[in-house]
Design a protein around this ligand. Structure first.
Ligand code: GDP
Length: 303
């Protein structure tokens, strides 16, 4: 992940080494290299524009430091702007004043929602919470069974529709009453957090959006997490926008950050949607999961 972007930025900074002072031409040449590296990494054009504009302005501005040479100064500015583009601070989960807190997961099929449901449940349980997983993906064959397996591994119970629906694709099954009953069950059994897994499709479609929106209206979630596969490159932005319009979300989870994605999704999604990346999924195992820290991600890119 980010390997090419990292190498290109490092090479760009190397060319500034030893310069006593940066002319406007030096800054512009540097900005051009940064712009190309970002575009080649599939970062969305408006984000690239905003990002390079901010760097140019600051690099030409009066930020003269005695401690740093001009090259180091540019690295520092790029680092700070990367942190900003990644969202600044780590955004934590918001818990409901009156439990249970409801967390709805939405995203395309294969994005890693079901896996993420287990990871999030395990992580919350380790912090002393008592989560409940609710199986509302009634479209994909085996999704309910998969969630049960994941729940067992996470040590977290799973609320699922009637046994007959287990492991069967059923286009007629309505997940809305299941979601509603799941939240009610959590309230009765004093689970403080409900994580609702929803169905995804291979592409964005209206039926999917409507169904997720109906589940949203029935459960009034405190958080809606849009689960985004970091490997899907430029499609990430259009997918995120479609989900933002169709369902809306409060935060993003980036999955498959262990892969060799060029990084465009990670760097674009906050700028394009205005919503923070909250968690990162970095592998197939339940422990491959962590809160997303913009500063650590920026350091990785500039490493
Ligand atoms: P869903 O259709 O959105 O529920 O997606 P799944 O949770 O079933 O995940 C789809 C595939 O991606 C599965 O094979 C998962 O093991 C895999 N997967 C999920 N998250 C990650 C991740 O962070 N890294 C990697 N390498 N694979 C992942």
């Amino acid at each position: 992940m980010f390997a090419t972007l990292s190498d290109r930025l490092t090479a760009t900074f190397r060319s500034l080494r030893g310069k006593g002072r940066l002319s406007e031409a030096d800054v512009d040449a540097t900005i051009r290299e940064i712009r190309r590296a970002l575009l080649d990494a599939d970062v969305a054009v408006p984000v690239v524009r905003q990002f390079t504009g901010a760097i140019r302005e600051r690099a030409l501005g009066a930020e003269v430091s005695q401690a740093l040479n001009p090259g180091q100064q540019v690295v520092k500015i790029v680092n700070e702007e990367l942190i900003a583009v990644l969202g600044g601070e780590t955004r934590r989960l918001q818990f409901a004043k009156n439990p249970p807190t409801v967390v709805l997961l939405a995203g395309l099929q294969g994005a890693g929602k079901t896996t993420l449901a287990g990871k999030l449940a395990r992580w919350l349980r380790e912090q002393g919470h008592t989560p409940l997983l609710v199986a509302c993906d009634l479209q994909r064959p085996n999704a309910v069974t998969q969630l049960k397996v994941v729940g067992e591994r996470a040590g977290v119970p799973v609320f699922a529709p009637h046994p007959g629906a287990q492991g069967e694709a059923d286009d007629t099954a309505d997940p809305v009453p299941v979601a509603r009953a799941g939240v009610e069950f959590a309230r009765e059994k004093q689970h403080d957090i409900v994580i609702v897994d929803t169905a995804g499709r291979l592409g964005v479609d209206e039926v999917l959006m409507k169904q997720a929106a109906d589940i949203r209206d029935a459960t009034r979630p405190d958080e809606i997490l849009f689960v985004l596969d970091a490997m899907i490159g430029q499609d990430a932005v259009t997918t995120a926008q479609a989900f933002q319009e169709g369902v809306g979300f409060t935060g993003v989870v980036l999955t498959k950050l262990d892969g060799d994605a060029r990084g465009g999704a990670a760097l674009s999604v906050r700028g394009v949607t205005g919503k923070p990346v909250m968690f990162a999924s970095t592998g197939e195992k339940l422990e491959d999961f962590e809160p997303f820290h913009p500063d650590r991600m920026a350091s990785r890119i500039l490493d």
